[in-house]
Design a protein around this ligand. Structure first.
Ligand code: THU
Length: 130
């Protein structure tokens, strides 16, 4: 991974709106064209209505035109390896391949590299719905 994806995730984390958990998270993904889309978590006083950084990044990706996702970086300043939640795994899997790389980061860089297939084995496949 080139360092810019990590930097994009970190810059996104700085924009998190997380007054309730005080747990800012940033995520950034890159498409095969080299476009980078980032996002942060956004919380709401009615707690279940907030959402994750990965989901914000996916929103930007869709609004930006989509494309094949080649890699994703996730960072949380208070956790060395913030692993995407179950809901975000399913959302990410919608637009990724099993071999898509996922970088779990700390404040200085990548701590662990995984793939979507590692993170969501035997996930729900929508082929029958298409
Ligand atoms: N959160 C994320 O943004 N991404 C994750 O992968 C895990 C959790 C957010 C949701 C909530 O705003 C805060 O972290 C604490 O759960």
């Amino acid at each position: 991974m080139s360092h810019d994806l990590f930097e994009a995730a970190k810059a996104a984390m700085a924009k998190a709106y997380a007054p309730y958990s005080k747990f800012p998270v940033g995520a950034a993904l890159r498409t095969e064209e080299g476009r980078v889309f980032a996002g942060a978590n956004i919380e709401v006083a009615a707690f279940p209505e907030g959402w994750c950084a990965e989901t914000t990044a996916l929103s930007h990706y869709i609004m930006g035109g989509g494309g094949k996702i080649t890699e994703i970086a996730v960072i949380a300043e208070r956790m060395a390896k913030c692993s995407p939640c179950g809901g975000c795994r399913q959302r990410l899997a919608e637009f990724c391949q099993p071999e898509t790389k996922v970088y779990l980061c700390d404040n200085s860089g990548v701590v662990e590299t995984m793939t979507m297939g590692d993170m969501l084995p035997y996930g729900f496949q929508a082929d029958i719905l298409k």
